[in-house]
Design a protein around this ligand. Structure first.
Ligand SMILES: Nc1ncnc2c1ncn2[C@@H]1O[C@H](COP(=O)(O)OP(=O)(O)O)[C@@H](O)[C@H]1O
Ligand SMILES: [Mg+2]
Length: 506
């Protein structure tokens, strides 16, 4: 019993997204499909799911060729897909989402709903998913929403399940839970395709690892025969430095001083609650924490996107508590935002336009009221080269670029001047190892040039690797401070609030 994709080629206008790709998965097997952003993984899976038609190649199930005109055909053939972005209706319940698109007629709606509740309960119990059929999607954490997608796939009798970058939205604890689910699917005889760009995850979960690079399948390996460095090299096509290479910090003057800062979130809760810390020139301070402990609001307050309720933010002594984003930019603060697509870039704008997004009004780009486009294009050309942005050109919309390359556009724009303070949120979320190595090295370079650097990341390993000093944020407060030599376990415990509990207990 096997699913096989053979010789799959997919030509988009100007892009050969899949080039003679081969992939097979047996029932009861977990295959990791590993590749950098833009390698062609999602395209291949969209072909398997009937969303795209291949330019060439065949899909076979149990040795018989199949042709899918739509996802409906793929589902009927036993293929299930958990997409990178969930396709759930937020205001519907779990059960309603599970039957959505599956309802034969309106008349049967009531019966189906009852059946759906039973199905959810049964599947949830069988695979230990712990999902309440009556919960409303928008009230559920991302990890549980993902389980709803899994239930949906299982309810349709999938024999082969594709997960497209399932862990990129999960916290470390949620990832562990997710892997347990994948193992139970495997034990139940499902064939699993697990897409990721995270080396450790592929090594941990997969029976076999298939590596794609630039549209081609370049290698197939067994986890026991390879390590992270080997996988990274196959993925990127060159040896990659997986450890951040940096000298000990030499901190100088205080650049950023945060004093007793309190910030309300959108629901008027004190998501930052009396936080104080400093960042000096020449040091990288990392803020670790499980997402949702106030980091987002803290960064918004520090970059002028949210007005604090109380406390002070000083930049080189000057009060910037209520400064606008533009004022922060003009004070030489570089900001790499958490959600690059929402607040870092204007997706339909070109690479050039995004590069000048926050400086078009400054000399030499603007002379009075006239915009100097030659100057803008020269700058874009230079930065694309310098920051190794892979793009067909400076005049294409940034929406055409892969996530890693979009992130490089932001980093290039933000770092291409004399930077006093870098504030980088989730600087490498969802991007591939080659780009991570690059962005990390640019951040260290800014430090060595004398910038004060504040990194906020929910990836503990990233914080530990980059930072000279680590602060842990928990429930809106700084729950611990560690130096670079602290163990991940110690810091991880503080992230779960255990220090807090210890304090309360004493
Ligand atoms: N619908 C599309 N039209 C044109 N190009 C596309 C389309 N979908 C993907 N591509 C391009 O195909 C390549 C592979 O993309 P994708 O399959 O999404 O990679 P991955 O999932 O490995 O990150 C990229 O260069 C991407 O820009
Ligand atoms: Mg993809």
């Amino acid at each position: 019993m096997e699913l096989a994709l053979t010789g799959i080629t997919k030509q988009f206008p100007g892009v050969l997204a899949n080039d003679n790709v081969n992939l097979r998965v047996a029932e009861g097997e977990i295959v990791a499909l590993l590749g950098e952003n833009g390698a062609g993984k999602t395209t291949l899976m969209n072909i398997l799911y009937g969303l795209y038609h291949p330019t060439a190649g065949t899909v076979e199930i149990d040795g018989k060729p199949v042709q899918f005109q739509s996802p409906g055909d793929a589902i009927d053939a036993g293929i299930g897909m958990v997409h990178q972005h969930f396709m759930l209706v937020p205001v519907f319940t779990v059960a309603e989402n599970v039957i959505l698109g599956d309802e034969p007629t309106k008349r049967l709606g009531v019966i189906n709903r009852a059946k759906a509740r039973d199905a959810v309960t049964e599947i949830s119990r069988r695979y230990n998913l712990d999902v309440d059929p009556d919960a409303t999607i928008e009230d559920l954490p991302v990890g549980i929403q993902q389980r709803v997608e899994i239930i949906k796939v299982l309810e349709r009798q999938a024999r082969f399940v594709v997960f497209d970058e399932p862990t990129s939205v999960l916290t470390p604890t949620e990832v562990d839970g997710f892997f347990e689910i994948v193992q139970s699917l495997k034990a139940d005889g499902k064939g699993i395709i697990f897409i990721s760009h995270k080396l450790g995850e592929a090594l941990e979960i997969a029976d076999r690892i298939v590596i794609m690079r630039r549209g081609k399948t370049v290698a197939e390996v067994l986890p026991k025969d390879i390590d992270e460095a080997g996988l990274a090299e196959l993925m990127v096509g060159r040896p990659v430095d997986l450890v951040v290479d940096k000298a000990p910090a030499d901190p100088k003057d205080v650049v950023l001083a945060v004093e007793n800062l309190t910030v309300l979130d959108d629901r008027n809760r004190r998501s930052v609650d009396g936080v104080s810390f400093q960042v000096r020139s020449g040091e990288i301070v990392g803020i670790a924490g499980v997402q949702g402990n106030g980091q987002t609001e803290l960064v918004e307050a520090l970059t002028g996107l949210r007005t604090p309720l109380g406390g002070r933010v000083r930049l080189k002594g000057e009060d910037m508590t209520t400064a606008s984003p533009r004022a922060m930019h003009q004070a030489n603060v570089a900001h790499v935002p958490e959600d690059r697509q929402k607040s870092g870039l204007v997706l339909p704008f070109t690479v050039t336009e995004n590069i000048i997004l926050n400086s078009y009004y400054e000399e030499p780009l603007s002379r009075g009221v006239i915009m100097d486009w030659d100057e803008a294009r020269d700058r874009a050309t230079r930065l694309v080269e310098e920051y190794d942005v892979r793009t067909p050109g400076i005049d294409v919309p940034v929406s055409n670029l892969s996530g890693g390359n979009q992130q490089k556009v932001i980093v290039a724009r933000e770092f291409d001047r004399d930077v006093a303070l870098v504030i980088a949120s989730q600087p490498t979320r969802g991007i591939d190892v080659g780009s991570i190595e690059y962005i990390h090295s640019r951040i260290v370079e800014e430090r060595d040039l004398g910038a004060a650097v504040l990194i906020v990341s929910s990836e503990l390993e990233e914080v530990m690797a980059l930072s000279d000093r680590v602060l842990v944020m928990y429930a809106g407060k700084i729950a611990g401070e560690f130096d670079a030599s602290a163990s991940t376990t110690e810091v991880g415990l503080a992230m779960l609030g255990s220090a807090d509990e210890a304090e309360e207990a004493s």
